[in-house]
Write a protein of this length. Sequence first.
Length: 187
Amino acid sequence: MDKKISLFKIYLLYIKIGALSFGGGQVLVPFLIEELGKKRKLVEENELIKMLAICQIIPGVFSVSASCYSGYLLRKLKGSIFAFLGVVTPSFILITLVYFLSESFLSNVYVNAFFIGVRIGVCFLLINASFKMYLRTSRSILDIILIIVVVALSLLIHLNTILIIISFIVIGYSIYVTDVSRYDKIV
């Protein structure tokens, strides 16, 4: 898309995203899709889905990878830097405050109640984002079977997450290689 956004607006947008994404980087997903794709129409949703897939396999903190990548889509290197600074600013401020107020802060009943509420909200956001990403991708019987197997392996058997990821990278690549024409429509 050819819309421009100023570097200052990128910084402010990512401060908002960083401040609202409690629970880790995966919570960024619905915010990025909503803010950059649907609301502001700055980036195509398909481009965001590709970005999320790439950021999943890059080592490091997901929120940093996703903000740098999406910032790059908006304004190249400068956009990447401003998006990164924006997404880490709220965490930096919060961690600094917690450090100085740690004893009284962590033993406060209201703070503990807040974090219980945040956990519930984070679970909803992750489930919602996963479901929306699933709806935007292919939905064959094989895809559904693979999703069920992944959930079973991770929840019921407690198999190491790294082993699951590596195994399904190999399986996904094998499926892609054998049926490239099916996935060309998605990417």
